[in-house]
Design a binder for this molecule. Structure first.
Ligand code: GLC
Length: 751
């Protein structure tokens, strides 16, 4: 390669967003410009340069975590290029089933392969540090173990199809507001134990082809420019072998990014290439660094289907994948409440009154790059009708007329931004009473849309609107007056407030945003065809103010005169330099609520079933820890329908030397389908690293000597069996690089 070719090869071929950002693709004759890559895969997010005389083909990169996103139609082409919209990551995490997530990854990866894409820009796996983050739908959990295990399963599933993935966004990208100018100030321990740990698990258990650095800074350095993060931690400490790319337009100084180990600048523009070229010529960048980054890109290219001349069909089996998404979705829905067995619907409950706009217009997923162009979606009422239920027609017509009228008053829908939705229709007691007389059961669907570029609001988003609360109460009262049931269905991408209204309905099903088959999956669960087995991978707090980061999220602007206040896309391109201090430190999610005895609405790990399970006969193979321990327990289905149980193992470690959370999840497993009376014995291996906390003074993972308690539970607050062991001597399990040290004191939360 010539030096010019080298400088261009570490940058993508560019992106042409008319009116926003455009790069002059004529600078490098013949370079395909993303969005206009008609000859490659229209609608893909980015491409690498081809160098024909060296037999180097272009590589196509496309989003996203809930399914491949490419243009569904092409000019002068009668074919269609729809992809399957799978459940969002938050639902997949709620399955607690890594085998299922692997299978979803296989189907997703097959569409990546058959549509001619080399790398899927997912999984998204940032920690749910605060419920208001606009992208939590495309991330897994508040817990790094669940996050890492789900991401590893997804990577292994997608890459089983011989295409690549990209762990994103590395790291601590937990806020959307001013995200590409936000400086995250966090302790080494919080970073290592919470914000990096999931990525470590995924890198070491799945070795993804690529990792995507995040937009934000960590302790004053852009992650894309952080040698500490991308070389000392990712490569030296963890052994990552793939390539690192930026997020789109991420980072600032191309030379600093090259030196940090950020091998590929996406979507790329000639200015970056020319800056790199000049730096090598002027001695500001050692050409060996460039060669090393190029070698990593070529190593990935070598694995790619493009390089193997794979003849992709453009015809993946979408029908089979629709079945995969329908089944997977049912396994991640969480039954939050089910008084007097209101669910499943009995065979007599045939006439259903469907309230709420979202009953008729389902939300399949989030917005922004995490969206998918699917061929269809199944609404709740369509799913129920397919399952043989009758929907009260008069109510359906009322909602459809209301929505038609209201849509005319809506503000314009901005590309890539959360869906602009019709406000909830008020239902007066007359209508409620009439429906209660006519129908057997009331279904009330609450919907939420969120996505990239903006964070959620507390009022009217995290908290229900008054109209929504009034709807739930009016309908519940009317149906209760007739001794009938009311069921609330939450078609949301993230955590919302529930405590103020949950006493009104008889049952609450958290359906999440379950992909294109959402309506069928909900019908499968509420009809009893599928016994719900999902459990929360993030806490539902009593109120937003209980969230430990509620007073510092989404950070503060530090240079007010700069940047746009409009939010959304324009604030992305003109962000306001901001900062956020992760003062809650390691006390995120249940680590906080349990350690500080804060009541919650629904705890991490919680979820009901149509049956019940008993935990018994816990055993530990030694009460002295020496290299490894095994804990085993019997799980019995003591109810009268088959079902699956998510069994969780929490550790309480001695906290003499370092403050520790009250409990930390160290293992989990979902049982097979257990028939009534059936018992399955589960075994959990406890390894040295499971006992450790990150000791900043010695940059090591250290296990304190002392007494350890093991709780085996159905949730983080429902411990069923307990055992314990002792570690006689302090154990330094692993020494790592000193990295990402904050340059200021952080007043950290401690129990
Ligand atoms: C976006 C997102 C990232 C996505 C990329 C390409 O802004 O942050 O998740 O993969 O750009 O679309």
């Amino acid at each position: 390669m010539s030096l010019t070719e080298k400088a261009y090869y570490v940058t993508g071929t560019g992106m042409n967003i008319p009116g926003l950002v455009s790069t002059d693709s004529t600078t490098v004759p013949g370079a395909p410009v993303v969005g206009e890559t008609q000859s490659l895969v229209p609608g893909a997010a980015g491409t690498t340069y081809e160098i024909p005389h060296l037999n180097i083909p272009s590589m196509v990169l496309a989003d996203g975590p809930a399914g491949l996103r490419i243009s569904p139609t092409r000019e002068n082409d009668n074919a269609t290029y729809y992809c399957t919209a799978f459940p969002v990551a938050t639902l997949l995490a709620s399955t607690w089933d890594t085998d299922l997530v692997y299978r979803v990854g296989q189907s997703m990866g097959n569409e990546v392969l058959e549509y001619g894409v080399a790398i899927l820009l997912g999984p998204g796996m940032n920690i749910h540090m605060n419920p208001l983050c606009g992208r939590n739908f495309e991330y897994y959990s508040e817990d790094p173990l669940v996050t890492g295990k789900m991401a590893a399963a997804m990577v292994n599933g997608v890459e089983s199809q011989e295409v690549g993935t990209s762990l994103k966004h590395f790291s601590a990208n937990n806020v959307e507001t001013n995200r590409n100018a936000l400086n995250v100030i966090a302790s080494e321990r919080a970073l290592r134990e919470i914000y990096l740990e999931g990525f470590r698990i995924a890198v070491q258990e799945a070795q993804p082809w690529t990792v995507m650095s995040s937009y934000n800074l960590i302790n004053n350095t852009y992650t894309a420019e952080s040698h500490d993060l991308l070389t000392k931690i990712l490569r030296e400490d963890w052994g990552f072998k793939g390539l690192v790319m930026t997020d789109w337009f991420g980072g600032s100084d191309p030379v600093a990014m090259m030196m940090a180990g950020n091998d590929l600048l996406m979507p790329g523009n000639p200015n970056q290439a020319n800056a790199i070229l000049a730096a090598v010529k002027e001695g500001g960048l050692d050409e060996k660094v460039l060669d090393q980054n190029i070698e990593r890109i070529l190593t990935v290219l070598n694995e790619s289907p493009h390089n193997k001349g794979y003849a992709y069909s453009n015809k993946p089996d979408l029908e089979a994948h629709a079945e995969v998404t329908r089944q997977a979705a049912t396994e991640g829905m969480v039954l939050l409440k089910n008084d007097n067995d209101a669910l499943p619907l009995t065979s007599e409950m045939n006439q259903l009154a469907a309230f709420g706009n979202t009953s008729y217009e389902i939300i399949t997923g989030g917005t922004g790059s995490g969206d998918v162009n699917e061929a269809y979606s199944v609404s709740l009422v369509e799913g129920l009708q397919s399952a043989g239920y009758s929907i009260v027609k008069e109510l359906q017509d009322i909602y459809s007329n209301y929505a038609e009228t209201e849509k005319e008053n809506l503000p314009p829908q901005q590309a890539f931004m959360p869906r602009v939705r019709v406000p909830e229709m008020a239902v007066d007691s007359d209508l409620a009473d009439r429906m209660a007389a006519e129908a057997d059961v009331a279904l009330i669907t609450i919907g939420r849309s969120s996505g990239e570029f903006s964070d959620r609001n507390v009022e009217g988003d995290f908290n229900l609107t008054q109209a929504e609360k009034a709807l739930i109460k009016t309908i519940s009262d009317a149906f209760h007056a007739k001794d009938k049931k009311a069921v609330v269905i939450l078609n949301v991408g993230g955590v919302i407030e529930t405590a103020s209204w949950r006493n009104d309905p008889d049952a609450i099903l958290l359906a999440w945003q379950a992909g294109q088959e959402t309506g069928n999956s909900i019908a499968d669960v509420i009809s009893g065809k599928v016994n719900p087995s999902g459990k929360l991978a993030s806490t539902f707090p009593m109120k937003y103010e209980d969230v430990p980061s509620s007073d510092n999220f989404p950070g503060v602007v530090i240079e007010a005169e700069e940047g746009s206040d409009e939010g959304g896309l324009s604030s992305f391109f003109t962000p306001k330099p901001s900062e956020i201090v992760y003062k809650e430190d390691i006390y995120v999610g249940y680590r906080y609520y349990n350690s500080f005895d804060v009541p919650v609405a629904y705890e991490f790990g919680y979820g009901l079933s149509y049956t019940q399970f008993e935990y018994k006969n816990v055993k530990i193979n030694s009460t002295k820890f020496n290299e490894q321990l095994t804990v085993s327990v019997d799980i019995q289905n003591v109810g009268d329908v088959a079902g699956r149980e998510v069994v969780q193992v929490y550790l309480t470690a001695p906290a003499q030397k370092m403050n520790k959370p009250a409990q930390e999840l160290i293992a989990f497993e979902k049982t097979k389908f257990l028939n009534p009376g059936e018992i399955q014995r589960l075994e959990f291996v406890i390894n040295p690293l499971d006992l450790t906390s990150f000791d900043e003074a010695t940059s090591s993972w250290t296990a304190e000597a002392g007494h350890y308690t093991v709780n085996v539970g159905a949730s983080s607050r429902d411990f069923r069996e307990t055992t314990s062991f002792d570690l006689e001597e302090e154990l330094i399990v692993q020494k790592v690089n000193r990295a990402l040290t904050p340059n200021r004191e952080i007043n950290r939360l401690k129990p």
